[in-house]
Design a protein around this ligand. Sequence first.
Ligand SMILES: Nc1ncnc2c1ncn2[C@@H]1O[C@H](COP(=O)(O)OP(=O)(O)OP(=O)(O)O)[C@@H](O)[C@H]1O
Ligand SMILES: [Mg+2]
Length: 440
Amino acid sequence: MTPSTVDDPLKNLSEDAWKDVIDAMDRTYSELVDYQERLEKQNRELDDMRQFMFSVLSSVSDLLLVVDKTGTIERTGGAITKILGADTRAEAGVPLVTLLEKPEENALPVAIETVMRTREPTMVEAEFATSEGPTPLEISVSPRLDQRGRSQSVVLLGRPLGELRSAYSELEASHVALQQAQTQLVRTEKLASLGRLVAGVAHELNNPISFVYANTHALQKYTERFETYFDAVQSGASRPELAAMRDELRLDKTVRNLRTAIEGAKDGAERVRDIVEDLRRLSSEGAGKLVSFDLMETTRTAADWVVRTSPQPLDIAFEDASHRQARGNPGHVQQIVMNLVQNAIDALADTPSPSLTLRVKDRDDHVVLQVVDNGPGIADKDVAAIFDPFFTTKPVGKGTGLGLSISHKIAEEHDGALTLAWTGPDGTCFELSLPVEEGA
Ligand SMILES: Nc1ncnc2c1ncn2[C@@H]1O[C@H](COP(=O)(O)OP(=O)(O)OP(=O)(O)O)[C@@H](O)[C@H]1O
Ligand SMILES: [Mg+2]
């Protein structure tokens, strides 16, 4: 059978034309293959992206709901079953209100409506109804905008309020604990300086008081002798009898001793009075009241108190090269000096011939106290830290590390300064500068 040649439109195509057609078909085919490959690649990428988004959304520890304009859930994600329970009806297509506790009073629908309208995100507290009962959540409501910036739907991210509250109250509890610890430490520091003070007071009062006591004891003995003699006079004893009695009772010597005993008791009492006076000055806080005072005098009093309780003998020198009065609260300044002197004494514990110089001089409109010791100095690595609260190189129970930081604070409150002037293997010098009394 021969093919019909009458109406075959390709019959007259030349060989070349055939070749063109076949080439064109080849090209189209290979373009199609390319396109197919690109499509497959994009599909794979899309799939990866979807997987990625899915894993991100399911790892969100909050509840995640996307709600459309009609209030219907579009998508769910995050820890939805963990938060709303395994039996929750929250899934795409369900109206959100059916999940809410008391929908008509619930703040969430109103918030969603507002966010849709204003496109401003907001936070709201709302209760979801779960099989466990009403579950309060803190919910962030954000608009999901389309390419033209119009609200398409809202994204809800919710977290149980209980969790937040307990995290917050835990935070608060630890804050309170920290504050208590801090207060306790400050109290301990105050107690420590109080302890030093009390030890100094006890030690110092002990002497004059036992002096007074011994003298009054003697006075009592003397009084008894005179009573015996006066009784004899009263009962009409003869002159020779009385003379013998005077000898026996050593009354002439007793009269002389009486004077000495009275003098001694008076001295002791005066010493006690001075100590009490010192103490009163030390404790007169005056609540930040600033007065004009003599820095050298305050320094001496403060140093005396500390040196008294020092375990080792110490060479202490006071040098006064200032004629001006400082302005401040002497009680507080005394506390600084006590801290500096105590630090120096602690540092001098192993120094063969320990010495301490307390020098007051003028510098511009300030009076400066230098506290210089010949101790081992402060290690380079510690220099930057010594004014930090709680920094100490002393064993537990010996130092709280608050001395310098409190002193530094007090100096600043006085518009003055406390600085480490120098330190090295031959010793250390701290400088306290205080403003001079104006017009002085
Ligand atoms: N004169 C000094 N020589 C050597 N080191 C010093 C001297 N003064 C202070 N330091 C160092 O600075 C540290 C901090 O001093 P700070 O007075 O603040 O605390 P502390 O004396 O250790 O304890 P606290 O004063 O509370 O009893 C000390 O532990 C010590 O290492
Ligand atoms: Mg100290």
